[in-house]
Design a protein around this ligand. Structure first.
Ligand SMILES: *Cc1c(COP(=O)(O)O)cnc(C)c1O
Length: 357
């Protein structure tokens, strides 16, 4: 039986996407070869790359002047590529969690890093609001969805300097005004495909402004000039991303996805707020639509493991919270069906009937 997969990443993919990828692994479009055993420079794979880029541009309404790249190295590689390519003197970062801190840490190898605001004082359970983005910074870096803490920046910020966003865990979950960003990047393994590919949406005119020389592989310009084919790209993950975007388009695009995600999040947050055995950990205004974090209420703390086992007996996996938050985390990415969220809510209600004092 297929499990209810709440894993934070790598995470659930639509079953149709997995089936179509499996077919292409056996035989890509009837050419008698696997997508894994053909040249990335041949016409069959080039068609995959072209369609994936075209779907990115279409579904996110990406304006002219931007490029879409697929590289290796994960989102973590972008933590250093961003400052390598863009940081001359100073960069600004919003510190909303561990991933944001890791990004800022790499920035310090290349120049000054100004943390404009941080929610570390409350274990990153909210998104800071009152801060000023310094207009002399080379860029402003944000993490739109904080996968570990379940907080999310759900609007596109206005920034006086190029806005750089790690959207690893909420890309394609809502419409984005790409024109407000210099770079949007992320690992594919949360909302798009298997681990191994990193997407980068980049406005070309922000490049070429740093004084240092940049090694070829770490230079965005190299990858733009070579259409992500400077070296061998992660071909199979890119194929799966294409299938995910075909699926998403068929479903109605990102606006529709946002509606579905809001509906899923609403019923789970409603239950967390109603059921006195549980409590949400993120401040309400900052709650994420993608990672829903909650704990057992103080009075029921000792039942935490019991609830995990109960959920697991009902076919739910990946619900254990990150060790820095504890409790539970239900990742409700695009591919997670509403039925899985309903099953979790039912489990919480059943648990309440059994154990409420
Ligand atoms: C998972 C995650 C990362 C790390 O991605 P890798 O591809 O493993 O490097 C970075 N940022 C965010 C927001 C994440 O959720």
């Amino acid at each position: 039986m297929k499990k209810h997969n709440f894993s934070a990443g790598p995470s659930i993919l639509a079953s149709e996407v997995i089936e179509n990828t499996a077919k292409a692994v056996m035989d890509l479009n009837g050419i008698g070869l696997s997508v894994m055993e053909i040249s990335h420079r041949g016409k069959d794979f080039q068609a995959v790359m072209d369609e994936t880029v075209a779907l990115f541009k279409e579904l996110l309404n990406i304006p002219d002047g931007y490029h879409v790249l697929f590289l290796g190295g994960g989102a973590s590689m972008q933590f250093c590529m961003v400052p390598y390519n863009l940081l001359n003197k100073k960069a600004a970062y919003l510190e909303t969690g561990v991933w944001a801190k890791k990004a800022a840490k790499e920035g310090r190898f290349f120049g000054d890093v100004e943390i404009v605001a941080s929610s570390a004082d409350e274990n990153f359970n909210y998104i800071p609001k009152d801060y000023t983005i310094p207009s002399d910074a080379d860029y402003f870096h944000i993490t739109t969805n904080n996968t570990i803490y379940g907080t999310e920046i759900k609007e596109d910020i206005n920034s006086p300097v190029p806005l750089i966003a790690d959207m690893s865990s909420d890309i394609f979950s809502r419409p984005v005004d790409v024109s407000k960003y210099g770079i949007i990047y992320g690992g594919a393994q949360k909302n798009l495909g298997p681990a191994g590919a990193t997407f980068i949406i980049i406005r070309e005119d922000i490049l070429g402004k740093v004084d240092r020389a940049i090694p070829s592989m770490l230079s965005y310009q190299t990858h733009i000039d070579n259409g992500s084919m400077f070296n061998t790209p992660p071909c199979l993950p890119i194929y799966t991303i294409m299938e995910t975007l075909r699926w998403l388009k068929k479903l109605g695009g990102v606006k529709k996805m946002q509606e579905l995600n809001e509906a899923k999040a609403r019923i789970l947050y409603d239950e967390i707020d109603r059921n006195e055995m549980f409590a949400g950990t993120a401040e309400k205004e900052s709650r994420s639509l993608m990672n829903i974090c909650f704990v057992m209420n103080e009075k029921y703390k000792e039942l935490e493991q019991e609830f995990l086992s109960f959920a697991s007996s009902l076919g739910m996996v990946g619900l254990k919270g990150h060790r820095s938050v504890g409790g539970f985390r239900a990742s409700t990415y695009n591919a997670l069906p509403l039925e899985s969220v309903k099953a979790l809510v039912d489990a919480m209600q059943e648990f309440e009937k059994k154990f409420k004092k």
